[in-house]
Design a protein. Structure first.
Length: 85
């Protein structure tokens, strides 16, 4: 996850998945983005260390922090505007 866009993509995807799923797990993100589970695990670890997400140890549920949600919403809104044109 060298590019900032990748970080944004993950955060936006977590936001979108959380709107339709009770739990968002690494496997859900991997399946939805068509990425390998190891790649997603590495990215999620970085996002967690940077304070963008939390991961529940018991359920594996991935949640956005306020910091992560703010970025995810900005990216989502930007993509919605671009798509509407």
């Amino acid at each position: 996850m060298n590019r900032f866009e990748s970080k944004e993509d993950y955060l936006e995807r977590i936001l979108i998945l959380s709107q339709t799923n009770d739990l968002v797990r690494a496997i859900d993100i991997a399946n939805d983005m068509n990425y390998s589970k190891p790649s997603v695990s590495i990215a999620l670890k970085k996002l967690k260390n940077e304070g963008f997400i939390t991961v529940c140890e018991q359920t594996g549920n991935v949640s956005l922090t306020n910091k992560g949600k703010e970025i995810a919403l900005q990216v989502y809104e930007r993509h919605q505007i671009i798509t509407s044109f």
